[in-house]
Each structure stands twice: as structure tokens, then as C-alpha cells.
Design a protein around this ligand. Sequence first.
Ligand code: XMP
Length: 515
Amino acid sequence: MIKEKILVLDFGGQYNQLIARRVRECNVYCEVHPYNMSLEKIREYNPMGIIFTGGPNSVFGDDAPLVDKELFNLGYPILGICYGCQTIAHLNGGKVSHADKREYGKTIVNVDVESKLFKYVSKETQVWMSHTDFVSKLPAGFKIVANTPSCPVSAMENVEKKLYAVQFHPEVNHSLEGMQMLKNFVYDICGCSGDWKMDDFAKTTIETLRKKIGDGKVLCALSGGVDSSVAAVLLSKAVGKQLTCVFVDHGLLRKNEGDEVEAVFGPNGPYKLNFIRVNAQERFYAKLKGVTEPERKRKIIGEEFIRVFEEEAKKIGAVDYLVQGTIYPDVIESGLGKSATIKSHHNVGGLPSVVNFKEIVEPLRLLFKDEVRKVGLELGIPDYLVYRQPFPGPGLGIRIIGEVTAEKVKIVQDADYIYREEIAKAGVDKSCNLGQYFAALTNMQSVGVMGDERTYDYAIALRAVQTSDFMTADWARIPYDVLDIISRRIVNEVKGVNRVLLDCTSKPPATIEFE
Ligand code: XMP
């Protein structure tokens, strides 16, 4: 049982996950729910305090997301951020106006250090602003506690009603003392003690799963990625041989990856799982023959994956529980976001309708990626699996531009292997803080010369990015001498390649993967 919880009400801001993260960094448990969560549900949730996120709307817009005013009378401490601040002002009788110009970026605010929110914060402190609307008239009972020349109500409070609001974003790193402000809110204003820790997670989850599942039968689609691996190990510790893991090798994995997964999770590995490896390479290559359009490739791989899994599941028969490695960012993104579909992501989300089961279990549903990794290490999963970079469900299928063939898979696997090996050798993954890096096979052939012979071969593109959330990314500046070794090795060792290109585009405007 979690004693102290903070509730983040999401108004559609970009930083909703980050706010939850920051609160958890204060060792206080926290969840994000939609802004229109009912008062009844909020009471039931019983938070120590509530944070309103920012959002893209104007409070006076036609379908502006707003909360029930009654929420302000329930005695919960509330902190409004950006749009959340404007919501508090608007619903409490203040006025919000529209500025001609957007205020965006680093700003120095003068804060009232007597305010509980700004305890230990400097009188003049740098914060991050990103808004057009602003509070132009203070609501009755409120006091200004931070200002700038262009934003007179940068922060306001009504101590009696425990309402606090900031126009800026304390959760982002550019707000240099923002973390202190959030600590002040959760500890001093909400009264949390900060005793929530990850350590107990594995132990309590295993016990809870064991009780819940009893002698039921459990099925897990294991990809070898950190999320499904951690979920599978938790389940196996809870119910042992009642769990069966199905690992579909679609022939689009990195070099040796299928064998690595089998070595850890297969019959000779430390976990002694019921492990079924399906070698379905040929099926996938056959389906992908002649297909070049990226979205079609993604759909075909996703659908074929489900077909293979379904066939295996049928052999096992009806199961009671299906395990999914869903993690918290997936929950937030799929449940609340309204963003445009740039790529149709493939993951095990499509499985439930094809498998006969009673219930889905998602033991990692409330954890962020780094929290999942901590649990993985605690469970003794090898470092190289725990710290594996993210790998897309459609695998190399979307790192081969144009038609996928077995020959092209081999080329990209070999090039990628060399790339990763040299990056590790030079320690560049750490020194350049790489979030993700891989080789892709362009669909371009060009002329080269090798040993006096003309060649007409493919070009490999090297991608490496720095990113914290994979939503935006900067291309990484890998040292030239390391690139030189990588390029020479790839051209010399990988048959069919005569040119190596470096992708120096950030996201946006590019994406991390090529398709
Ligand atoms: P993009 O290419 O959209 O990728 O910038 C962002 C992150 O998502 C990963 N990615 C996927 N992950 N299924 C996944 O599980 C997919 O279909 C998929 N497509 C992209 C990508 O590797 C990067 O980390």
C-alpha cells in the first residue's frame, strides 16, 4: 500500500510526464490522470496534493479543459503550472488575458522567499517560461509571490486555501531551482515525508502477483527488450513454471540477438523459464517481399507477429493471464495524448484480442524506464539486457529503406554490429551520452573503387542521437577518429557496402528511425 500520493491532473501539456518524474525523484509516489477525473474518483484516490499541468489551450476558449470549481473547496493543496496557473486564476475570480507576443525561454523572476513555495530559493532565480496568456488580475484572497517586468503575476498563492500557482515550468532543467520549488510543494505544503522507494517494488510485486494468480496459467510475449524481460522475470519468480514465454524471432533482430535472448531466458539460462522460440524469419521475409512503403512494412510485421503468436498460443491452450511489459510512458501517451500519428508503433498492444485469456497483467504499468531498469538489476538480469538501447518492434525492417530481403538484413546486421562494437570500445556511448545509435541501410547504391575494381554497392547510414525522452533528439557528435575506424571497418568487412554516411539531422525535423 502506498501511503502518500500526489495526483497530477493533465491538461495536455508537453511536460506532464516530467512533472510526475520530478515528484518521484522527491521519493513521493505520483500518477498522471486526465484533468476531468471526477471529484469522487479524486476523493477515492486520496492524494496528499494535486498538481495541474500546463496545456495548449486558453481558459476562455470554447472547449477549454477546466476542473469542477468544487475541487478548490476540498482542502487539497494544489499547485498550478502554466495553463494550470491560469485555470486556478480563472476559476477563482481572477482574470486571464492574451498577450500579443508569446513569452518563451529563460527568464529571471523575483520571488518572495517568505512564501513556502520558495523556501531556500534565491530572490532572483532563473525559470523557464512558455506562454502567451497570463494572469492579468489576481483572484480575491491571492497574493503575488513572484514577478517579472513582463509577467507581473509569475506566481501567486492563497495560503489559507492551500492554492499555489506558477506561470513558469519548475519541472524543466532550465528552471534552475525548480526542483526545490517542487520539493517545497510536496514536503512542506502537502506534508509528504518522501519515504517511497523503488527497493521494495520487486518484492511486493512478486508477492502480489503470486496471490493474484494462484495456480493460474500465464502467457508472456517476450521480445528481449528490457520491459518484457523484467515483466517475465517478475512473473517467473512469482509463479515459476505456470508461466510460458513465447519469443518470436522475426528475422529482423540485431546480429546474435535471438541467441542472446535464448541464452538468458531459455532452458539453459538462469531463470529456467518455459521458453518457446519461434524461428519465423522466412515467413516474415516472404510477407515483406516487394513491399517498400514504410507504413505497410510496419503493418505487415505487426500483423504477422500477431499471427505467429496466436498460433503458439493456440498450442498452449486457454490461459488465465496475459503478461504485458507496458510501462508508464506508454500508459500516459496512449491514454491521454491527442498527438498526430507520425508512425504506427508496433508493440504487443495488439495481442489481447487474439488470445483466449481472462485478464491482462501489467506489473510495470506504473514505472518509468529507469525505474524498470533498477528492478531488472535487482532481479539479477544481466547488465547488457537491462541497459539495452530501445529497439523498435518492427526491428531492422524499418532500418532497411525500401524492400527487405534476407541479404539486406545480413548487411545491416553486420554493419550495425561493427558500429556498436567500436562505439563500446571507444566508450563513446558514455562520453557522448548516446541515447540510441544504430546503422541503417539506405536504398542507395553508388559507384566505388575497391582493389582497382569498380563497385556498385549500398551506402550504410550511421545514426546516433542524444535524447532523454525520444520525443526530441539531437544528433550526437561522435569523434571523427572513431567514425573513421567504423567507416573503414564497415566498408572492408561488410560485403555489399562501399560507402558510409553520417546522419547529422536532429528530431524534429527528422525522426530517430528512418521509417
Ligand atoms: P522515432 O523514429 O519515431 O522513434 O523518432 C522514437 C523511438 O521509438 C522507437 N520506435 C518504436 N518502438 N515500436 C516500438 O516499440 C515501434 O514500432 C517503434 N518505432 C520507433 C525508436 O526506436 C525510438 O527509440
